[in-house]
Write a protein that binds this ligand. Sequence first.
Ligand code: 13P
Ligand code: SF4
Length: 354
Amino acid sequence: SPSDPALVERARAAKEKLGDKVFVLGHHYQRDEVIQFADVTGDSFKLARDAAARPEAEYIVFCGVHFMAESADILTSDAQKVVLPDLAAGCSMADMATAEQVAECWDVLTEAGVAEQVVPVSYMNSSADIKAFTGRHGGTICTSSNAKRALDWAFEQGEKVLFLPDQHLGRNTAVRDMGMSLDDCVVYNPHKPNGGLTADELRAAKMILWRGHCSVHGRFSLDSVNDVRARIPGVNVLVHPECKHEVVAAADHVGSTEYIIKALEAAPAGSKWAIGTELNLVRRLANRFAPEGKEIVFLDRTVCFCSTMNRIDLPHLVWTLESLAEGNLVNHIQVDKETEAFAKLALERMLALP
Ligand code: 13P
Ligand code: SF4
């Protein structure tokens, strides 16, 4: 079993043997059995910064998904090796924008005569190729914790934003935080000729949203919100900005995983919360805050884990740490040099946002 005491002991022993040579990062959506071995936990933004802040560690074991490990590789030195305990831990949202599709989109924007006015802003949840495209075209990366600052910056550089690949984060930030209207946004569908948009629609739009989404957060609906409000009078609804616009519009608070944790830390005893994000995190928070008299429930009635985040389990972590302790570099994530240079430009623009 994954919480097998023998496996826990093996992970502990291998980590001890590696000492300062290894640094383990854990995203908030990771399983408890993995989080217990993380040297630091965080949201995507915090982990990207923390990876770069440990130059003495030879190995960065990234307990999260592939795009996070790539970003860590881009931001760390060549001497540091970033390792992803299971190579199948991808992100379905990141997979919704490929380099070919995005290059084609740029051609469509060029044909329509708008490319010169467009600044790309790409969500951290994207491949290194997409980050490189973003850097090459003068854009920045953002995460759910700095999307407004990234858009403020982008609209100082140009008149339009191409937001990749999460249409919901793009729309929610534009409408909720920047005062734009839904009519300022159009959706570019990579599976349709010209993205399914006319040149006039592209010229009129301020936000060109890529048609991508998170399948985990996409499962929360307006019904989930109405249902929990009926069940738990006085409940505070707190959701991640990857949720659909109607869910975000009906919620009381919206923020990244780190924001969600801070909000619950600051919440008064006796308060009630329904959280719209991944279930490992919500369960951990419910257990952590129950003794303080804070009631925390999952926003939906159905179970909703991120299946790729969950691929990193204790057996994979044990295998990874033991391999590294024996001097075998496994599951090394390495972005090629040219991609890395442009992707780094885009990531550094994000890190420099005010
Ligand atoms: P955070 O940046 O809020 O940690 O979100 C990452 C993610 O993958 C959300 O689905
Ligand atoms: Fe990707 Fe959604 Fe999983 Fe986050 S929760 S890693 S966006 S699939």
